[in-house]
Design a protein around this ligand. Structure first.
Ligand SMILES: N[C@@H](CCC(=O)N[C@@H](CS)C(=O)NCC(=O)O)C(=O)O
Length: 277
């Protein structure tokens, strides 16, 4: 039986235990080990940065979610009421918008991709903001029409030229090192890499008048070597645009890899994709 001294010691120990956390709010108890689900499709370059980051960081995976179809279902709207992919679920925590997802995943599980040094972090954020606020518009006028999301712009040559100039300027300002993050890829690199790889495909030059700068092509090689070691991104991008190049009328996926088939399937039968931005 317990004597009085043992009981007193036990009571003191119990009191020393910190109080329980406040009642569960969304995200109050993130799992110790990341098992992030990235809702989206491989055919969406907005999604691929997050998919590549969780894959490289070993902290999550893609959960296929078709825009305009699955994104309208109540179970998806509970994750992202604004419909769009990518969206993230990490335990009971939900998040959307590709930049927010990249920041959350890196801060939680892949810290090397989002260094805490305020100056480097500021530079990385600057590159991400530059892409989102200005260069994403270039994608709408160059990549999206090729993939069937909307009509080509009235002056394709002008839009292609502006896009090429913006790529040159991005390279001059942000790619003084190997990556935006310096020697190591950062979340800004994950953000832009899927789009930059698309710009290198010959069909984008032929149809959208984009001249992909050599520095961007070099970045694509470096990023593939560092972050796309399985070739997931490169095979999907090549597969999609090769198939587009062969003609939308007769898309034969029989020789494509399963990843490419999934990417292509995710592109062509989308109802309402012309409204996609
Ligand atoms: N600004 C958003 C853009 C996301 C976006 O445009 N997603 C498209 C697919 S690429 C989408 O989910 N469209 C479906 C819908 O609007 O229902 C981001 O960076 O995450």
């Amino acid at each position: 039986m317990q004597d009085a001294q043992e009981a007193a010691t036990e009571a003191a120990n119990v009191q020393a235990v910190p109080p329980p956390p406040p009642p569960a709010e969304q995200g109050a108890n993130p799992p110790a080990k990341g098992e992030c689900l990235i809702y989206g499709i491989t055919g969406s370059m907005n999604c691929m940065g997050s998919v590549l980051l969780v894959t490289a960081g070993g902290c999550g995976k893609l959960e296929t979610c078709m825009p305009y179809q699955d994104t309208a279902k109540p179970e998806f709207l509970a994750i992202n009421p604004f419909h769009r992919v990518p969206a993230l679920k990490d335990g009971d925590y939900c998040l959307a918008e590709s930049n927010a997802i990249l920041r959350y995943v890196a801060t939680s599980y892949v810290p090397d991709a989002y260094p805490t040094d305020p100056r480097l972090r500021g530079f990385i954020n600057w590159a991400m903001d530059r892409f989102s606020s200005t260069m994403y518009a270039d994608c709408r006028g160059t990549l999206n029409p090729i993939l069937g999301y909307g009509l080509p712009p009235a002056d394709q040559a002008a839009v292609g030229k502006k896009c090429s100039q913006n790529l040159e300027e991005f390279a001059k300002v942000f790619l003084k090192g190997k990556f935006v993050g310096g020697q190591k890829p950062s979340i800004a690199d994950y953000k832009v890499a899927p789009f930059f790889l698309c710009y290198e495909h010959p069909v984008v030059r032929a149809r959208s008048c984009v001249e992909c700068p050599d520095r961007i092509k070099q970045f694509n090689k470096d990023f593939a070597a560092a972050c796309d070691t399985t070739g997931m991104l490169s095979s999907i991008v090549k597969g999609m645009f090769d198939l587009v190049q062969r003609g939308e009328e007769d898309i034969d996926c029989s020789e494509a890899t399963p990843g490419q088939q999934e990417a292509v399937k995710s592109l062509f039968p989308l109802p309402g994709r012309e409204h996609m931005s």
